[in-house]
Design a protein. Structure first.
Length: 476
């Protein structure tokens, strides 16, 4: 007897959408069969998915929980929403796995930094999770020596910044010589480099220029974190990686047409490079900074322009963009809109809960994407690129039974009061053409009809291992 049989829905399988029943036992997908094929075997519970899409749980590859948020005029930062808060919202929205960051500070050992982050999350997260290692500032020989063991322990990606982002965040940027050294270690150890790429010289020059011109309002952000900056930095990082055999790149929060073009050209040359964008880059522009509380739409790099929207959307259709993430920094509205200048505006966003429904609406309903392509953007591509597949991101025998019922009859207008993240949402008033009715995490129903049924002990750390084919060529 199975634990759960999900029957009657249109299941989005690795082979494509099909009318299929999903049988779950012991936390994994035990069998997949034609409608009604498990009736004789029986199940402890049968879930009727008639009229709904059955998809693998969403994967958000870019969140920041319990993350320091600089406070204008104050020496100490506040912290963004906890893993408990963000994972609760994630499950309500159909996301069952999140990837956060283990920051290695200048005075940290790498094992110590990872252990600290693991302790912060253990027993504190409703969904499954993993960590990118984040390196900042001047790298040490010991960090480079410790990287292979960290990768073998399941932290298979390393984030680095090519900019300090703002003048007040000195020490964030990793020098290109050090990035080159990390690329060599990753190539040997089987990891992938996750890059926040902006040209630091140009970014800092534009901060100085706009300050001289007394144009320091945050509405000018796109002039500082510009399309030219993305162009320069993306191409420099790519050229560096091309000179390290086996180096693979995951370009985080691609925001501009210039970044899209750089990724596409590199993929055309066979470089194993993958693009991530954010749903706010696809749907908001620099014009939205001029709206009331326009800071709520911002993250770093800046929002861009219509031509960038067009290029990003085109790239999500089997092009240079493989994943849509959130850059989640969950905080109250008063924190999100506290800064009013180009150098003190809070980055990140509250977006993990509505992400799946928004991207379904914008891809399948408005642009005619296939269900498999939608699932790729919000789940399976991230799993493949970042070392979770096929345990995550697939409805396949042996995969974790992370299953979401997405109901196209459950249309709604998004309102902050109905979400589980914060007292605001940048998606207020936006129409969603579907919403999850049921979320299953490793065989346990964790959200049903808007009710949280999960325990904090349900979330588990998931080790990641990057497949050789991902690191050899553009395989997704």
């Amino acid at each position: 007897m199975f634990d759960i049989v999900v029957t009657g829905g249109l299941a989005v399988l690795p082979s494509g959408p099909d009318k299929a029943d999903i049988a779950i036992a012991g936390g994994t997908v035990a069998a997949i069969g034609a409608p009604g094929s498990f009736t004789a075997t029986g199940a402890k519970r049968t879930v009727d998915a008639t009229g709904q899409y059955v998809i693998p749980g969403g994967i958000d590859p870019h969140v920041h929980c319990s993350w320091p948020i600089p406070m204008p005029g104050q020496p100490q930062p506040t912290l963004s929403g906890s893993p408990e808060q963000v994972s609760r919202a994630a499950l309500h929205g159909g996301t069952t796995t999140m990837l956060d960051f283990a920051l290695v500070n200048p005075d940290d050992t790498m094992p110590g930094a990872i252990e600290r982050r693991m302790k912060e999350w253990a027993g504190a997260c409703y969904c499954d999770y993993g960590f990118h290692i984040m390196l900042s500032g001047k790298l040490t020989a010991q960090w480079l020596a410790d990287l292979p063991a960290a990768i073998q322990d399941g932290h298979a990606s390393v984030k680095m910044f090519t900019t300090d982002i703002t003048p007040s965040r000195k020490g964030r940027m990793v020098q290109f010589g050090d990035i080159w050294e990390v690329f060599q270690v990753l190539a040997r150890a089987g990891g992938v480099a996750s890059i926040h790429a902006e040209d630091n010289d140009l970014v800092m020059h534009m901060y100085e220029k706009l300050t001289r011109e007394d144009r320091t309002g945050f509405e000018n952000m796109a002039e500082v974190h510009s399309t030219l900056s993305e162009n320069l930095a993306f191409n420099r990082v790519i050229r560096l990686a091309e000179n390290v055999p086996g180096a693979a790149l995951y370009m985080m929060h691609t925001s501009a047409a210039t970044g899209v073009r750089a990724i596409a050209e590199a993929r055309g040359r066979g470089v194993p490079i993958y693009g991530e964008t954010l749903h706010q880059y696809l749907l908001y522009s620099a014009e939205d900074y001029k709206r009331p509380n326009g800071q709520m739409y911002h993250t770093y790099p800046s929002l861009k322009f219509k031509e960038d929207h067009d290029a990003l959307w085109a790239a999500t259709n089997h092009g240079a963009i493989q994943t849509v993430a959130t850059d989640e920094v969950c905080c109250p509205l008063k924190i999100k809109v506290q800064g009013r200048k180009i150098d003190d505006t809070t980055g990140g966003n509250s977006g993990v809960e509505p992400r799946l429904s928004i991207i379904y609406t914008e891809t399948v309903v408005k642009r005619g994407y296939g269900l498999g392509d939608f699932v790729g953007l919000v789940s399976s591509n991230a799993a493949k690129i970042l070392g979770l597949y096929p345990r995550k991101g697939a409805l396949a025998v042996g995969s974790d039974a992370d299953v979401v019922l997405l109901d196209p009859r459950a249309k709604r207008t998004i309102k902050a009061e109905a979400l589980h993240e914060s007292d605001y949402t940048p998606w207020e008033g936006r129409e969603a053409a579907a919403w999850p009715s049921l979320t299953i995490l490793r065989g346990k129903v964790v959200v049903e009809n808007g009710k949280l049924l999960a325990d904090l002990k349900d979330g588990q750390f998931i080790k990641r291992k990057i497949a050789d084919e991902i690191r050899a060529r553009p395989a997704v």
